[in-house]
Design a binder for this molecule. Structure first.
Ligand SMILES: Cc1ncc(COP(=O)(O)O)c(C=O)c1O
Length: 342
């Protein structure tokens, strides 16, 4: 059993491919897209404790994802990070921080959590990691590099164990995987992206798009998160039944409208229950518009918003969605083949 605050899709795929269970322990606040709370990515300590209590010696670690991508790039507070670590450690369960968007999380702690306004992003980051046992990092997000990542841990036994996997998979630890040049770029990226001004510029562009959507009355996961806007398809395509994947349909409609390539983070991505093989319809059904750093201008945001408005204005006419023609047994959303209905 691997509890976590809404495991990222590939993280969940890895867990399920190893025949383990990913159990979502995100706070219920995240389920209501219209509720404005500052740290919607938080762990529900009650849900987490229930998993820890009911599964003695069967929880090898807990995954704490900052920011919580799946529920809308929503941050986790410092208080919640600390309480999560304390609770897990009480049950002798280590905590692994899924860190792809750690710097954006630190930004939100600085601007939203009491006591952090005068701390630098780097100080906040150090504090975020003080109690965790390990971190996994997909560096092409908050490391601002083209590709690469790392595992970091202060547990020597884990370090030695992980090192062994490097040799068959990517080469010896000092020369496999990323080249020296790429490691240098990553060091520079981590340094730059833990500067407040850099984060503020980027996160404000996401907010700018959110304000445009507010103007047009288009519902999204509120408040706007760090890296993306997540449009609430359930509230837009109300005539498309869940079995026909509303968010996936909205994603296709936006692409057809203006060539804008979003991605579904909803029922398609939620995949099937590994045991019952039924579709999992219990989470949110969202269209994610992730905004790459240092790529677009605010004019591009205007175009995205206008295109979404065009789709929104004709939402009543969209009554059919998509059907699955072929799907892979795991992480189907990457390769699924769909047919347009209607
Ligand atoms: C929290 C989190 N973990 C993991 C990943 C996936 O990383 P990768 O594509 O490098 O496997 C992402 C990607 O957005 C993410 O946001």
């Amino acid at each position: 059993m691997i509890p976590g605050n809404a495991h990222f899709d590939t993280t969940k795929g890895h867990i399920e491919s190893r025949k383990a269970h990913a159990i979502d322990v995100t706070t219920d606040d995240a389920k209501d897209t219209q509720k404005e709370v500052p740290f919607k990515g938080n762990v529900s300590l009650e849900k987490l404790e229930k998993v820890l209590k009911e599964n003695p010696n069967n929880v090898p670690f807990m995954v704490l994802t900052v920011t919580n991508n799946t529920v809308g790039g929503q941050p986790v507070s410092m208080k919640n990070i600390k309480e999560t670590c304390t609770l897990c450690h009480k049950y002798n369960v280590p905590v692994i921080m899924d860190s792809a968007r750690f710097a954006e999380n630190a930004y939100f702690i600085k601007v939203r959590e009491e006591g952090y306004a005068n701390k630098s992003i780097k100080e906040i980051v150090r504090e975020m990691y003080a109690d965790v046992d390990a971190a996994t990092m997909s560096a092409k997000k908050d490391g601002i590099v083209n590709m690469g990542g790392f595992i970091a841990t202060n547990r020597e036994d884990w370090f030695e164990g992980a090192k062994l996997f490097c040799i068959p998979i990517e080469g010896y630890v000092t020369y496999g995987g990323m080249s020296g040049r790429d490691l240098n770029a990553l060091a520079q990226g981590l340094n730059e992206n833990t500067e407040f001004d850099m984060l503020e510029t980027r996160i404000h562009q996401v907010k700018y798009l959110a304000e445009k959507l507010d103007e047009y009355g288009i519902p999204y996961q509120r408040p706007a998160g760090g890296h993306a806007i997540f449009v609430d398809a359930d509230k837009v395509l109300t005539h498309v039944p869940k079995e026909e994947f509303p968010a996936q349909t909205l994603t296709c409609e936006l692409y057809l409208e203006a060539g804008i390539r979003g991605v579904e983070v909803g029922f398609m991505l939620a995949d099937r229950d590994p045991e019952t093989k039924e579709n999992r319809f219990n989470g949110l059904d969202l269209l994610r518009l992730a905004i790459p750093r240092r790529v677009y201008t605010d004019n591009h945001m205007d175009v995205i918003a206008a295109a979404l408005k065009n789709v929104y204005d004709r939402r009543e006419q969209i009554t059919r969605g998509v059907a699955i023609e072929w799907e892979a047994p795991l992480m189907r959303h990457f390769t699924v083949k769909l047919k347009r209905l209607g």
